[in-house]
Design a binder for this molecule. Structure first.
Ligand SMILES: NC(=O)c1ccc[n+]([C@@H]2O[C@H](COP(=O)([O-])OP(=O)(O)OC[C@H]3O[C@@H](n4cnc5c(N)ncnc54)[C@H](OP(=O)(O)O)[C@@H]3O)[C@@H](O)[C@H]2O)c1
Length: 257
């Protein structure tokens, strides 16, 4: 097992859900963390909690991954001891709306494409060159079962996660001779703020998404991330697909009445 003590882990979208759970699990393994998201108060609170509890260094930085200039200056302004990021967890992402494509909202499309595809690319573009230089590192992208099979009215979100899958596979090829690992962790239904965000704050509608089944927890997904991150040096986990027991794929879900 790879020892992560003292390694530097950058997690995007650490203010909630899967990203927050990943931060907690990497902290338990005594890694130092850079946690980013737009909601500063949340990541500052998490940073205080984790640094105290585990005696590690945690750097909370407010960052919107959609803006390349912000992403670039985020990295440029890191103190030298933080620049050698060992593991990048590209987690920041969202779904907005659930509409037929011919009724979809352009602003929802922009937000999903800008965050899930371009944000992931922007962060990778600024962080990975130092991995290439050191011939060491690991990129872990959070994809989705939506990136394996479309579901009704998922259209643009589905397309962004197909893109994440394509990028994970492409990254793997591009860094093959550089000693850098690339993993895609692709969950099915996870109960987080995801559906609340998708339905623009409608909590009742969000709750109904998980009715009649036991969804994955953010910890379940973080466990998969940690598994990939702790394999011995010569092992690359290319892809992990995990779903609730009651979910066979994007479209086959068993709900108890
Ligand atoms: N929940 C599921 O069922 C599910 C299934 C498969 C895949 N996923 C994927 O898992 C990832 C995490 O989602 P989650 O389920 O944990 O949802 P979540 O609880 O809503 O968390 C999403 C995180 O992304 C951050 N984020 C959103 N837009 C951002 C931006 N422009 N810049 C920086 N950070 C941004 C949010 O932080 P701020 O709002 O503070 O910026 C938040 O920390 C996403 O990529 C999602 O597509 C989720």
């Amino acid at each position: 097992m790879e020892n992560l003590e003292g390694k530097i882990i950058l997690i995007t979208g650490a203010s909630s859900g899967i990203g927050e759970a990943c931060a907690k699990k990497f902290a338990e393994l005594k890694a130092n963390l850079i946690i980013t998201a737009r909601r500063k108060e949340r990541i500052e609170k998490l940073s205080n909690e984790l640094s105290r509890k585990h005696n590690i260094k945690v750097l909370p930085i407010s960052l919107d991954v959609r803006n390349f200039n912000s992403v670039k200056s985020f990295y440029e302004n890191l103190a030298p001891e933080w620049k050698a990021i060992d593991i990048l967890v590209n987690n920041a992402g969202l779904a907005r709306g659930l509409d037929k494509f011919y009724e979809g909202k352009i602003e929802d499309w922009d937000e999903m494409i800008d965050t899930n595809i371009k944000g992931l690319l922007f962060v990778s573009r600024v962080v990975v060159p130092q991995m290439v230089e050191r011939e060491y590192g690991h990129i872990i992208n959070i994809g989705s079962t939506a990136g394996h099979e479309p579901y009704p009215m998922g259209n643009v979100y589905v397309a962004t996660k197909f893109a994440v899958k394509a990028l994970s596979q492409s990254f793997r090829i591009d860094v093959l001779e550089k000693g850098i690992k690339v993993t895609s962790v692709d969950p099915g239904m996870v109960e987080t703020e995801f559906s609340k965000v998708r339905f623009h704050g409608d909590e009742q509608r969000a709750k109904r998404v998980y009715e009649g089944l036991q969804p994955l927890t953010p910890d379940d997904v973080a466990d998969a991330v940690i598994f990939a991150a702790t394999r011995p040096r010569h092992v690359n986990i290319n892809q992990i697909v995990l779903t609730p027991l009651a979910q066979a794929s994007s479209n086959f879900v068993y709900r108890k009445k």
